[in-house]
Structures are given as structure tokens and as C-alpha cells.
Ligand binder design. Sequence first.
Ligand SMILES: Cc1ncc(COP(=O)(O)O)c(C=O)c1O
Length: 426
Amino acid sequence: MKFNSKLIHAGYDSSADSQGSITPPIYKTTAYQFNNTEHAASLFALQEFGNIYSRLTNPTVGSLENRLTELEDGAMCVALSSGTSSVMYSLINIMSQGDNFITDTQLYGGTFTMFTNILPEFGITSKKVDTTDLDLVEKSIDKNTKAIYVETITNPGLVVADIEGLSKVAHSKGIPLIVDATFTTPALQKSLDFGADIVVHSLTKWMSGHGRVIAGAVIEKGGFEWGNGNFPLYDTPDTSYGGMRWGHDLGDLSGVAYSLRLRTVPLRNLGANMSPETAFEVMSGLETLGLRMERHCQNAKKAAEYLSDHDLVEWVRFPGLKDDPAYELSEKYLKGTGGTMVVFGIKGGKDAGQKFIDNLKMFRHVANVGDTRSLAIHPATTTHSQLDDEALVAAGSPPELVRLSIGIEDIEDIVDDLSQALDSTK
Ligand SMILES: Cc1ncc(COP(=O)(O)O)c(C=O)c1O
């Protein structure tokens, strides 16, 4: 099946359902009856796959996991309670005290805080560098570096990552490239096909689209050599799992060692599982992802062109504009669309930015992106208000920056709303 068909059909077979339900039923159960003690023992020993307890697996969540695996051209997926828990688990699944990873200076705010304040409490540190500079990335890798981690498009700077280039650097050092593909979704970029090893999603955004649930997932490409000596968690016997050496003892399943460990170690013992209701909601939204992304991208381009010509606009960043610094990367990694986000600098700085937001009528003023609705925020007075002007610039979010997540409404209404809100700042 091709992409848009997979969005609707992959991962769930209605003819195999006892009632023939055309949408995956919501299995509201905590536990699953074993056939006998032998069956229970073989499930626990990973000799047989099957349901034990809904923190570990659930059939509704499983349908979503299978669908996401197919959509990303991956080998296995673990769905989780949020994008945030997915970021965290994707890293702690391969790192422990004393380890570090390379990441960018520009990251989603919650991820930045996790990397700067939370993970170091557990002895895992990040080296934040400009990841568009591949030489710098390579030089920053040391013997304790376990991964390169980037966002496919940064927020709010809209820097497009060079996935192929970064994966080559990572693989030359025997470490994986992990990407947060929330801003691209597999409709714009198949990150695993470009060389990434692990994809992380906040499914809260474009993947669901309706703005009703918080959800996340981690998808593995499969085949990475986790037993290559760089990952002690995959070499030494795991006392929490019957002495399993995850990088060596899995036989035919060794290609998905990362996902099996993610499910049976962090997920089983820390518990950020997705509920079946949430999986159902995500799958409902996913059905229209292809159509929505097409419309999001068309609207974003038109909004960016409109803003570029406006007297009250200082500058516009949209990777799909020919003079944008990310234009070439957008051609390669975003199917030439430029994506769905537009950021711009408003004349009059912070005060004008605030006034613009207060006067928007159809755009919703929220700390979110990726909804069917058009959304706007002025980071300097909200998400980044703790930073002074110098720090705002360093975070890729100067005081005059306004961030727009362009929705799928009629473009005339989007432009009208931008126009009247800009006029109010005169
Ligand atoms: C790029 C990115 N990654 C991760 C997250 C966290 O996702 P969630 O809100 O689902 O925990 C967000 C949230 O805005 C995000 O924008």
C-alpha cells in the first residue's frame, strides 16, 4: 500500500476482528488471561509475543504501533503517553550515568529543560552545538557519546536538519542518530530512509491534528548493531530481565533489540504507557494526515508570501521561500514544501508582537502547534519570557519573533486575520 492508504488501513485488519469492526476496538482492560502456567512463563521469557498487562501492551495501542511502524518504514514502534516521555525513553534506553549525547542549541522548550536540568541529575549530559556544522558535530563526539539527537525542524528557529549528513557522522562513530520528527511527520519526511536510526514523535501535534490528546511514540529502523561495544546496557547481563544481554542474546529478534528493551525495561518499570482511548483518537486523526499536511503546507506558503510583502513585517522565515537559508534543505527533506510553520519578525519588537497576538480573531493563542486550527504565540512574552534579549537571540527566538502554526482553514480567512492584526500594531 502507498502512504495515504496505509494511514487508513495499516496495522489493523477488520476481517480478523470477531465483530468485523472497521475501526480498531478500544480494549479497556488492564490484564489478559493466560492459557496456563507454561503460556505465562513463555510470555514473560519473550519466547512468545502476547498480552500480559496493559502497561506493556494493549491491542488498541498495538494497532497504532503497527500503523506507525509501516508509515515510517521502520521495524518496530513503542507508543507512549506523550512526546516528552518518548524523548526521555529514547535516550535512557541506551545511556546511563557518565554518558553524553550531541544535540543542537535549538530545541523545543520542554526538551531543552529535560536535557539541561533533568537528565544531568541522573548523570546524563548533552553537548549542545550547531548541528548544521557537521565537522563540529564530529569533533564533539567523545568516548562516552552515545547518540546524536536533533529535531527535523527546530522550534521556533525553523532550522532543517541534514539527516543524511548527521547519520553518516553518527555511524562512523558507531552511534545512532535519533530524530524528533514531530514537525515533519512521515507525510513530509521519512527520516529512517534518510539514515536516522530512531524516530521520536509527539503525536499530540500534526499526527493527530485534532488537538484532543497528548501522545508520543518511538520507532526503530531496525538492524543497528547495539552489541558493538559502545553500549554497556546492551553488553552486560540485565539483572532486571533474567540476565538478558540485549545486544547479544536475542537471536532472530536482535534487529529490534532497542524496541524490545524500551518496552520491557523503561516502559515496564517507569510506566509512561499510552491508553487505548488515546491510541484510538490518534488513529482517527492519522487517517487524514496526508490531506491535512498538503493543505497546511499550501496555506503556510501563501501566508509566508503574504507576510514577506507586508510593510509592518521586518523579516520572514519559512523554509519554502527561495531566499530562506533552509530552502535547499527543504527541497531535499521537506519534499520542497517548506513545512507548516511560519515565523516572522514584527516591526516594533516585543510590544508590537504582543499587540499583534492580542488582536488576532481566528488564530487561537495557545502554546501548541500542529492543530487543524491556526495557532499563534509570541515566545518572548510567553514560553521564553524568562530569557533576556541576548538569550532570546541565542535560543533562535529574538524579541520581535511571532510563531505561527498555519492551520487548514480557508487561506483568505487566514490572511484576513493576519492583515487586521498587523494593522492594529501601527
Ligand atoms: C518538537 C517537539 N517535541 C516534543 C514535544 C513534546 O510533546 P508532548 O507535548 O506530546 O509531550 C513537543 C511539544 O510541543 C514538540 O514541539
